[in-house]
Ligand binder design. Structure first.
Ligand code: AMP
Length: 613
């Protein structure tokens, strides 16, 4: 049977090259656009997400249509960032690996212009460029676009977001009127529609999936935390995903830098990528990330645009993007080429409206997730360790000489005892580290009141109107209760359903919990005479009286000193000190070393420095 790319009209030498890249079947956008573009006679608008195979969708037809015996520019691909520019040029070169005399030049800022000019002088047919540097070269009269037949505007929405409209106008004015323009965009805001109208004549339009929707393989989750807990919550999420290979988006360069620095200090394997780094520094960071010697890439939208790294497991929106449309671009860094991925947003209660807006744009619901408890993280890390031990490759020849001594040492122990001891080696440290770890989820009343604020009312998780009272109970973590245990204990004894219990705050020798007003009497009455381990259980309406959800007026809780423009981390540093949540990375798989709490001070009482396992 013929290769499906041959059937689409792609010739053998190209098909052979892409087969070596693992392209067996065309992606949906390739399947639908290649036959249209191969005619060479249409303007084209392709609305598709990043990661769907867009580069080959236009790159393969370009290789079919251009005359490579001629050494002058025939195609110009404009894209928003240096990274994407290099990637497209590299991809096209790969597709053309078995062809002769194909010359592609990548033209982008931040690198030597003389090298790029030299390559252009030597003769090129395909120019892949970012708008700023391209215009610079045009203004130097160093390139002739009079014979350009095809212009590709890739990630057009992002180029417009970045303010390249005028540059694009100027560049395109140097190309012939009869050229064909192919525009690709993940989203179709009005500005993109306008440029499509301006530059194109009755374009063939292709929409993959629903307009503006995200990749179906991405699961979207959000966590609601108080602004001051954001950094600690973020670390907890990372710790709860021992195999994470993620991109973390911040809003500003400063925030990006600060979060990366804090993570590095906390022993995580992280680095930053933003526009204030030199090209060389950015290339170095990207190289490390691609090679997976970096686990977390902390990036701004612009710097991370177009990054094509396989197997990114998580995209974390440390800060939501200013432009809602950018969420699609961010989340598109994961679940590429048919894989699955998770896109996480860490928000405070004031940002819930933005989550709803994003849901409308991507046409998909977010799942509300809970910041895991310290215990959950311990369990996750323990089993990650067990899994690693199970799968570790043993260097037989090296370890052989030590085996007799090891066997001797363990001679007295059963297999079960040995396993328990190996696991405990790490598990004890995790437990010690995470004991008394605070609950980082924003109290339910914070966001319950936010979600209801628009209607001037408060709602419970099910969207029902409800009001809660905060109760005190004289049981806590010293009695070995975590939130789940306490919920069960309360419900069993008070004979109420868990759905009527709100936030539970487990402290040392006591705890607080919320219960819907209608059940307060049930709780008080049914707990009368109940003992716990010989001690009478005492329940009182908390000193704070009714919970803030009863007070009216939008929750009334103070949101920490989060400084929007400068990045939340500053606020975290000031506000978060007393929480003492240090990095678990130092104790676990993400670790490189030191222990720091997020107030930025060395902990006096920190556990001994811990190493990777
Ligand atoms: P792109 O949207 O062009 O950035 O492509 C996203 C990823 O999918 C890249 O890693 C491509 O190498 C890969 N890819 C593109 N087309 C195919 C295909 N037909 N089969 C397998 N992988 C592909």
């Amino acid at each position: 049977m013929n290769n499906p790319f041959i059937e689409l009209g792609i010739r053998h030498d190209i098909v052979n090259a892409i087969s070596e890249l693992g392209f067996e079947n065309p992606t949906p956008i390739q399947e639908q656009s290649i036959p249209v573009l191969l005619t060479g006679s249409n303007d084209f608008v392709g609305l598709a997400q990043t990661g769907t195979g867009k580069t080959a969708a236009f790159g393969l037809p370009l290789l079919e249509l251009l005359d490579f015996e001629e050494n002058h520019p025939q195609a110009l691909v404009l894209c928003p960032t240096r990274e994407l520019c290099l990637q497209i040029a590299n991809d096209i070169n790969n597709y053309a690996k078995k062809m002769n005399n194909v010359h592609v030049v990548a033209v982008y800022g931040g690198a030597s212009i003389s090298d790029q000019l030299r390559q252009i002088r030597r003769g090129v047919q395909i120019v892949v460029a970012t708008p700023g540097r391209m215009l610079d070269i045009i203004n130097r009269k160093a390139i002739d676009f009079s014979q350009v037949k095809y212009v590709v505007l890739d990630e057009a929405d992002e180029m417009l977001n970045m303010g390249f409209q005028e540059d694009i106008d100027n560049i395109l004015s140097t190309t012939p009127d009869e050229k064909k323009t192919w525009l690709f965009s993940a989203t179709m805001p009005a500005e993109v529609r306008r440029i499509a109208k301006k530059y194109m004549d009755n374009p063939f339009e292709l929409t993959m999936g629903t307009k503006n929707t995200g990749n179906a393989n991405i699961e979207h989750e959000y966590y609601v935390v108080r602004a001051r807990d954001k950094y600690a919550a973020f670390k907890r999420i990372v710790d709860n995903n021992p195999e994470i290979f993620g991109i973390v988006f911040c809003r500003t360069k400063i925030e990006t830098q600060e979060i990366a620095e804090a993570l590095i200090k906390d022993g995580y394997n992280a680095d930053s990528l933003h526009g204030d780094l030199s090209q060389q520094q950015r290339d170095k960071v990207m190289k490390r990330y691609r090679e997976r010697s970096l686990q977390l890439l902390i990036a701004t939208d612009v710097a991370a645009r177009g990054i094509d790294v396989n197997d990114v497991t998580h995209v974390i929106n440390y800060s939501l993007p200013d432009e809602i449309e950018n969420y699609t671009h961010r989340s598109g860094r994961t679940a590429r080429a048919g894989k699955t991925g998770v896109s996480i947003a860490i928000v405070n209660s004031k940002e819930l409206g933005k989550i709803r807006q994003i849901e409308r744009v991507i046409g998909k619901k977010f799942i509300k997730a809970e910041i895991p408890s310290g215990f959950d993280v311990c369990e996750k890390q323990l089993f990650a360790l067990v899994h690693k031990v199970h799968n570790v490759e043993v260097n037989e020849s090296q370890i052989e000489q030590y085996i007799p001594r090891i066997m001797d040492e363990f001679a007295e122990l059963s297999k079960e005892e040995i396993i328990k001891r190996f696991a405990s080696l790490e598990f004890n440290r995790f437990l010690e580290y995470y004991q008394n770890a605070p609950d980082l989820n924003a109290p339910a009343d914070d966001f319950r009141s936010r979600e209801g604020a628009a209607q001037g009312d408060r709602f419970n998780r099910d969207g029902m109107r409800s009001e809660y009272t905060r109760l005190f109970i004289n049981l806590g973590s010293v009695d070995e209760f975590n939130r789940g245990d306490l919920l069960g204990y309360i419900c069993n004894n008070a004979k109420i359903t868990g759905r009527n219990v709100g936030k539970i705050d487990v402290k040392g020798v006591y705890s607080f919990f919320e219960v819907v007003n209608a059940d307060v009497d049930n709780v008080m009455n049914n707990f009368k005479g109940i003992d716990f381990k010989g001690r009478p259980v005492r329940i009182e309406i908390s000193g704070e009286g009714v919970s803030s959800s009863n007070r009216g007026g939008g929750g009334g809780r103070r949101e920490g000193g989060y400084q929007k423009r400068e990045g939340g981390y500053r606020g975290d540093r000031r506000e978060g000190g007393e929480r003492r949540e240090t990095s678990f990375a130092g104790a676990g798989a993400n670790s490189g070393g030191g222990f720091r709490d997020f107030s930025g001070k060395r902990r006096e009482d920190r556990p001994e420095r811990r190493k990777r396992f």
